[in-house]
Design a protein around this ligand. Structure first.
Ligand code: AMP
Length: 261
């Protein structure tokens, strides 16, 4: 599943809700790149300044990250791509990656929002991060946001047409409250099969009563006739005297002490 939309459209929020409800993973290239920058990896070093300016990291870098990530075990049940693809080149690379794995996109969901609201949303996000004592993103400033929006318009918005032509695009009104957007997405992609991490209650299986196997039936019949005829063989522990008495009086041996001949 791909979530498409400008910065601040609510892709991350909706992706997290989908993760909770459906037990699939959220693959956010922005998050992965920020982690790479923080760890000072070669990818991080390449991406750091580009990200700080609000521009797009080169396609080959992000495509390699995603190619690697979707190979991991937790992506087997499905994944939500949040912030990827962001260019037609990335979308084409994704098509090839998915085709190579025999996978098909379930949907591309565009969160449609008025640009006027985006700055307000980013300001709210920054205020919340600060209030929670979290580090604020270097690109969450009015100046950088302008560049990020420019990049979206020029390089990412064409993906709306790209996926519409493929018949995969679905659009929701991202201006609605978070719960309504979530409900609209659920309406488009269908309800989850079962809540994540919870197994369905198993109905008690009603099996037809099975006949005992032929051999077991025969053994049981043999034991019955042997007991009836008093042919129970005394076990050692019975003692000679008791066994002799049984022989003369014809008393049946108690079943648990007998063995069929
Ligand atoms: P995000 O967290 O999705 O807003 O991404 C933050 C920044 O990471 C973007 O402004 C880009 O610099 C970079 N980035 C994230 N995803 C991509 C991508 N698919 N292609 C290129 N750059 C990306």
């Amino acid at each position: 599943l791909i979530l498409l939309g400008p910065p601040g459209a609510g892709k991350g929020t909706q992706a997290q809700r989908l993760v909770k409800k459906r037990g699939i993973v959220q693959l956010s290239t922005g998050e992965m790149l920020r982690a790479a920058v923080a760890a000072g990896t070669p990818v991080g070093l390449r991406a750091k300044d580009v990200m700080a300016r609000g521009e797009l990291v080169p396609d080959d870098v992000v495509v390699a990250i995603i190619a690697d990530r979707i190979e991991q075990a937790d992506a087997r049940k499905g994944f939500i791509l949040d912030g990827f693809p962001r260019t037609v080149g990335q979308a084409e690379a994704l098509d090839r990656l998915l085709a190579g794995k025999g996978l098909k996109l379930d949907a591309v969901i565009e969160l449609k929002v008025d640009e006027g609201i985006l700055l307000k949303r980013i300001e709210t996000r920054v205020a919340q991060m600060r209030a929670n004592g979290h580090k604020v993103r270097v690109d969450d400033t009015p100046e950088v946001l302008k560049h990020r929006l420019d990049a979206y318009r020029a390089q990412t918005a064409p993906l709306v047409d790209y996926y519409a032509r493929k018949g995969a695009l679905k659009t929701v009104d991202g201006m609605e409250p978070i719960d309504s957007v979530e409900a609209a997405i659920a309406g488009l992609i269908g309800r989850p099969r079962r809540p994540a991490g919870r197994k369905p209650a198993r109905k008690a299986a009603r099996r037809p009563a099975r006949k005992p196997a032929k051999a077991a039936r025969r053994r049981a019949a043999g034991r019955k006739t042997a007991a009836k005829k008093g042919r129970g063989k005394p076990v050692k522990a019975l003692g000679r005297r008791k066994a002799a008495k049984r022989k003369t009086t014809g008393t049946k041996a108690p079943r648990r002490l007998t063995r069929a001949r």
